[in-house]
Design a protein around this ligand. Structure first.
Ligand code: ZN
Length: 231
């Protein structure tokens, strides 16, 4: 039996549920999205208590906003990298620096207009990741959580053995961030973004599931990396 992937929009970003012998969730969306989460579960025909892990790809507010609520609804454990766990535990809302011109403008724009009104419900992180990879085998999923810094220093991705990669904001495919799928417009460390991507491609990532927007082929990222190397 193979895995099934379910997309659940939780505000601006998608969360994903991967179900095989067990079920795990990737990312926790905007704040106050408990209802949208439950609606998505009904559509996916998954019971809340089936979900064993809530894996947060990183600590930006639009990825952790409903983690506390979803943890209550499911009883799942929250998993996060050590570098950003305090963002969820202390309701912090740092904004990433822009890379592209629009990235630089929009990060300021959002931090003035949207972010002041956001409140993240804090919760404890149950499983704290270091830089080593974390196998999902014991949760019934053939894949790993891999440390993929660059967009932020605590960014991780879930790479399934079947080639699907859930990368948080390491890729973007949604207006008004980007008009087409590709690399992020915000990053703390651009060379690390490129290194993390090279590693994911080397390890067999074929289909990319960004938090913002729809899935796309890894060939688009391979082409973007080749272009970066020429510039
Ligand atoms: Zn982010």
């Amino acid at each position: 039996m193979g895995n099934t992937i379910h997309t659940i929009p939780l505000g601006f970003d998608n969360a994903y549920i991967v179900k095989d012998k067990g079920a795990v969730m990737i990312d926790g969306g905007d704040p106050k999205k408990g209802k949208a989460f439950l609606k998505g579960l009904v559509k996916a025909e998954i019971k809340p208590e089936e979900i064993q892990l809530i894996i947060l790809t990183h600590g930006h507010w639009d990825h952790i906003g409903s983690a506390a609520e979803i943890k209550e609804l499911t009883g799942a454990k929250v998993v996060m990298h050590q570098n950003e766990k305090h963002w969820l535990q202390e309701s912090l809302k740092p904004m990433p620096p822009g890379v592209s011109t629009w990235g630089k403008i929009s990060t300021k724009l959002f931090s003035w207009t949207i972010v002041p009104f956001v409140h993240i419900r804090p919760t404890d992180v149950d499983i704290v990741l270091e830089d080593d990879e974390f196998s999902l085998e014991q949760y019934g999923i053939s894949g790993n959580i891999i440390y993929t810094p660059g967009h932020s220093s605590g960014s991780v991705s879930v790479l399934l053995e079947s080639g699907e990669a859930f990368v948080g904001d390491l890729a973007m495919n949604k207006f008004p961030l980007r008009l087409s799928p590709g690399l992020p417009i915000y990053a703390e460390d651009w060379p690390k973004v490129l290194d993390s991507w090279q590693m994911l491609l080397n390890r067999g990532a074929e289909m990319i599931y960004p938090s913002p927007g729809r899935a796309f082929s890894a060939e688009i990222i391979a082409a973007a990396l080749a272009k970066e190397a020429r510039e």
